[in-house]
Design a protein around this ligand. Structure first.
Ligand SMILES: Cc1cc2nc3c(=O)[nH]c(=O)nc-3n(C[C@H](O)[C@H](O)[C@H](O)COP(=O)(O)OP(=O)(O)OC[C@H]3O[C@@H](n4cnc5c(N)ncnc54)[C@H](O)[C@@H]3O)c2cc1C
Length: 307
């Protein structure tokens, strides 16, 4: 059975959006294809008229440090493998690097992209959980009367529900950006998998902390969990509980964990874990990640050891 009629490899965003505009309901973007081609093959997605492969667009495959603004920018078609190996990201985006490093195996990571991970909008997607903890923004390109309009949005704005994003026909994700950590800041990601698990985790979590240099208390915190609701989840009550607290104080950490457990919407899933087990894993991951993040801040050792 034919899954698509034509396959295109545009070299600019303009070209890609113009192609997609020819069949607003029947053309699909493909990046690494590790989600989409499988879904087409298994019949979870209806056959389409056109696939538009965005991985040959140089603008979408860049990792950039902006000289004027303190932003790090990652193109939507950058693969997990490149993120895993990139020396700048290993220094400034530890939780994202750790998250992308566990996606599938090397074959998957060498083609699967961060943009595909976000656009697929699964609440447990690892790269997405890492990006969320960096408080990242997403760039959306919109095709308007033959021109491309670029806008930046907070990352959560693209999630509509499990496996559903808010993009309209004529739109695509083009990049992500986040502020690099300053002194006294670090991040970490970890996940709990079933033995021999190859795809999504039982639970993943990422934490980014900034410590007050004099008091050692938390000046700012972001905590992302997945799956912990219909969309990738920021544990804002737990973040609030951490602010001003000593992250090495065991009682304070237990309060943060209780806040996260109370706000997370944990489900029982047939193939992965019960809600009760996930509830316990919130505690395991947060204890582990808070300790690891504080150690990173105190020792200032980048991922992979001293350089
Ligand atoms: C064996 C295996 C193991 C896996 N393990 C993991 C894992 O451990 N953790 C995990 O999180 N995921 C895992 N995945 C899922 C998958 O690899 C990731 O979600 C991956 O990041 C998807 O990226 P892609 O480039 O392949 O997306 P594609 O399959 O090309 O696209 C996915 C969806 O996003 C849309 N899309 C892609 N790019 C854009 C864009 N720039 N703008 C708008 N829409 C876009 C497509 O139209 C499609 O709907 C696994 C998959 C396989 C096959």
């Amino acid at each position: 059975m034919t899954r698509w009629r034509s396959y295109h490899t545009p070299s600019t965003v303009e070209e890609a959006l113009a192609l997609l505009a020819q069949h607003p309901e029947r053309a699909r973007i493909v990046a690494g294809g590790t989600d989409l081609l499988l879904d087409l093959e298994l019949g979870h997605e209806s056959p389409v008229e056109m696939l538009v492969d965005i991985t040959h667009i140089p603008q979408l495959t860049q990792i950039q440090e902006d000289d004027r603004e303190p932003w790090i920018q990652i193109g939507a078609a950058v693969t997990h493998g490149r993120i895993e190996r990139d020396p700048t990201l290993r220094r400034v985006a530890t939780c994202l690097v750790e998250a992308c490093s566990v996606v599938g195996g090397p074959q998957v990571r060498n083609v699967a992209t961060l943009g595909g991970n976000v656009a697929h909008a699964l609440p447990a997607a690892d790269g997405t959980v890492g990006l969320l903890a960096l408080d990242a923004q997403v760039q959306i390109a919109t095709w308007r009367e033959g021109q491309v309009d670029y806008t930046w949005h907070p990352l959560p704005a693209v999630f509509a529900g499990p496996g559903r994003n808010t993009l309209q026909p004529g739109q695509m994700l083009t990049a992500f950006r986040f502020r690099p950590p300053g002194p006294g800041e670090a991040s970490a990601f970890d996940r709990i998998m079933r033995p021999q698990g190859v795809a999504l985790p039982i639970l993943g979590a990422a934490v980014r902390l900034g410590l007050d240099p004099e008091r050692g208390t938390v000046a700012h915190a972001t905590i992302a969990l997945g799956p912990a609701g219909p969309v990738p989840f920021r544990a804002t009550a737990a973040e609030q509980a951490l602010r001003g607290a000593d992250p090495t104080d065991l009682r304070a950490v237990e309060q943060v964990i209780q806040a996260a457990q109370a706000e997370a919407r944990l489900r029982t899933s047939r193939h992965r874990a019960s809600a009760a087990y996930r509830h316990e894993m919130v505690a395991v991951l947060l204890r582990r990640l808070l300790r690891r993040t504080v150690d990173r801040i105190r020792t200032a050792v980048p991922l992979g050891g001293p350089t």
